[in-house]
Design a protein around this ligand. Structure first.
Ligand code: FES
Length: 122
């Protein structure tokens, strides 16, 4: 694998990531402020090595934004605002408790994930 790719992967902390948050930043969702507040709160709570944020153009919900989804749990949030980000970060991302009053759907993808790689036979 290329050195550049490995360097980018280290910078993205793919080896230590425990949760990945996808935030819709389309104008209809208005999530740019939420994404910015999330990054700030994640850093403030010392979660940068384990929580990664990805800004996405649309999550196909397009109502009651800002929409975001947290993996691996598959927890879908609606109505996020910068003022609600602190709860998402402290309750869910730091303490592992879903913020139920902001959740509209849950669907862990764990049941459909590929099984761990088995050792190579040789
Ligand atoms: S515009 Fe945000 S989910 Fe579609």
């Amino acid at each position: 694998m290329s050195e550049k790719l490995q360097k980018r992967a280290r910078k993205a902390r793919v080896d230590t990531m425990e949760r990945h948050v996808l935030v819709c930043v389309d104008d209809d969702c208005g999530g740019s402020g939420v994404a910015k507040a999330l990054r700030k709160a994640i850093a403030a709570h010392g979660l940068r090595s384990t929580v990664s944020i990805a800004k996405v153009d649309c999550l196909d919900i397009c109502t009651k934004g800002t929409i975001a989804v947290v993996y691996p749990e598959g927890t879908w949030y609606a109505g996020l605002k910068p003022s609600r980000v602190e709860r998402l970060v402290t309750e869910h991302l730091r303490d592992g408790r879903v913020v139920t009053d902001l959740v509209f759907h849950r669907n862990s993808l764990a049941s459909v994930c590929w099984p761990p790689e088995s050792p190579t036979q040789g």
